[in-house]
Design a binder for this molecule. Structure first.
Ligand SMILES: C[S@@+](CC[C@H](N)C(=O)[O-])C[C@H]1O[C@@H](n2cnc3c(N)ncnc32)[C@H](O)[C@@H]1O
Length: 329
């Protein structure tokens, strides 16, 4: 595919008509199951990405500010240990915390390239242009892509590579796929690369549940937005006002579930799929899981994925963890 921007900033998109197909396939597959379900990546259109940024600023959402504090405390050490010259950031979003790493690399004189990878085209373009502007001499190569399908489209490393996967996004994978995905990162890391993985930790369920049921209702809007995506992209006729946001911590599986609950019986037509779907009153559609980790569970996942934990950083209250890992030798 032709580059959209050229020069020190280049953005390539690997999401095209095939990916409208991918949304259609996910909807056909997910909404015809006994427990209706959609993969969380469809929450992030331009509006969804804006709402996620607003969530990150909420008082209840401790994850972002805690992860930023951990990065601020250890960025220099991370850069020194890894000798990283480039960042390949998975699910980069608006990359607000990434500056902490870029600043540490710039201060160490190693900063050469930044590669944001996200399904949200608006955020990849915005971040690519912003960072190319803010960091003179930085080469930026943005990928609008699905990190589950397009990692082989990454360019060859220009030197030791650090791969931040922040924001607890790894928690969106169920356990088996999580390990498979982490294993697939081995090729992206190569022999000299390091993964920097942000994970939310298991804690008092009231604290976790409050983060997904904020009093301003922003998470509810973020969750409901996926129905707008389906209405717009697939010609569906969901009555968005007839669904409500639900989020609860499943103590057995140690994950948050976000769901949309029909407040009354619904009949929905999805033109692009020529599909009719019924929701019973109070029937729920699962839109996201967000796994919370114990330190032992995290080590076991990395181990099972053929990754070696080099260092684990956390905050004094053990709310969140950032792990530095590499391919096991
Ligand atoms: C929880 S947000 C985290 C954003 C940012 N890294 C942070 O720490 O604040 C998840 C990000 O991953 C992106 N994302 C989700 N699934 C994706 C996929 N399959 N491929 C690429 N990006 C994805 C979303 O668009 C969103 O920007």
């Amino acid at each position: 595919m032709e580059p959209i921007l050229e020069g020190p900033v280049e953005v390539r998109s690997h999401l095209g008509p095939d990916d409208e197909r991918s949304l259609a396939d996910d909807v056909l597959d997910g909404l015809t199951r006994p427990l209706k379900e959609l993969p969380p990546k469809h929450l992030y259109d331009a509006r969804g990405s804006e709402l996620f940024d607003a969530i990150c600023e909420l008082p209840e959402y401790y994850q972002t500010r805690t992860e930023r504090l951990i990065l601020e405390a250890h960025a220099q050490d991370i850069v020194r240990r890894t000798g990283a010259v480039e960042l390949v950031e998975l699910g980069s979003g608006s990359a607000t915390k990434t500056r902490v790493l870029l600043d540490a690399m710039a201060a160490a004189g190693t900063l050469a390239r930044y590669i944001p990878v996200d399904v949200s085209a608006t955020t990849v373009h915005a971040v690519a242009e912003l960072f190319a502007d803010e960091y003179p001499g930085l080469s930026v190569f943005g990928l609008v892509a699905d990190f589950e399908r397009h990692l082989e489209r990454l360019p060859e490393p220009v030197g030791p590579r650090l791969v931040p996967f922040l924001g607890g996004t790894i928690g969106n994978f169920p356990p088996g796929s999580r390990r498979r995905f982490l294993r697939s990162l081995g090729k992206v890391l190569g022999p000299d690369g390091y993964l920097l993985l942000g994970t939310d930790l298991v804690k008092d369920p009231r604290v976790i549940e409050a983060a997904y049921n904020d009093s301003a209702g922003v998470t509810a809007q973020f969750n409901l937005n996926v129905l707008h995506v389906l209405n717009r992209e697939l010609g569906a006729d969901f009555d968005v006002d007839a669904f409500e946001h639900v989020a609860f911590f499943d103590r057995e599986r140690e994950w948050i579930e976000m769901r949309l609950r029909a407040t009354q019986p619904q009949h929905v037509r999805i033109d692009a799929l020529d599909l009719e779907i019924d929701f019973a009153a109070r029937e729920e559609l699962r839109t996201e899981i967000s796994a919370k980790f114990t330190l032992d569970g995290l080590r076991a996942d990395l181990d099972a994925a053929g990754l070696e934990l080099v260092e684990l950083f956390t905050d004094p209250n053990e709310l969140f963890a950032v792990s530095l890992a590499r391919v096991a030798g």
